[in-house]
Design a protein. Structure first.
Length: 73
């Protein structure tokens, strides 16, 4: 399952970030680290962006980037 598959108010643990993710370093800097808890705060009705709560911050990322981050519920 990826972040893009999460529904609003679901919680999970980050399991991986794909090696071909163009913003991998930026995600690490914002707290998207393997083992961190993450929750889906809000989904845009059009599908992108999607807002997540990680490390106490709400961060919105595009759906194509969310599809490259794995999560375990």
């Amino acid at each position: 399952m990826t972040l893009a598959d999460m529904k609003e108010n679901e919680r999970g643990i980050i399991s991986y970030i794909s090696k071909d993710c163009e913003i991998k370093r930026r995600l690490f800097d914002m707290g998207f680290i393997k083992g961190n808890e993450i929750s889906c705060v809000r989904r845009n009705p059009l599908g992108s962006p999607i807002a997540f709560n990680v490390e106490g911050s709400v961060i919105a990322i595009r759906k194509p980037d969310a599809e490259k981050v794995g999560v375990v519920l």
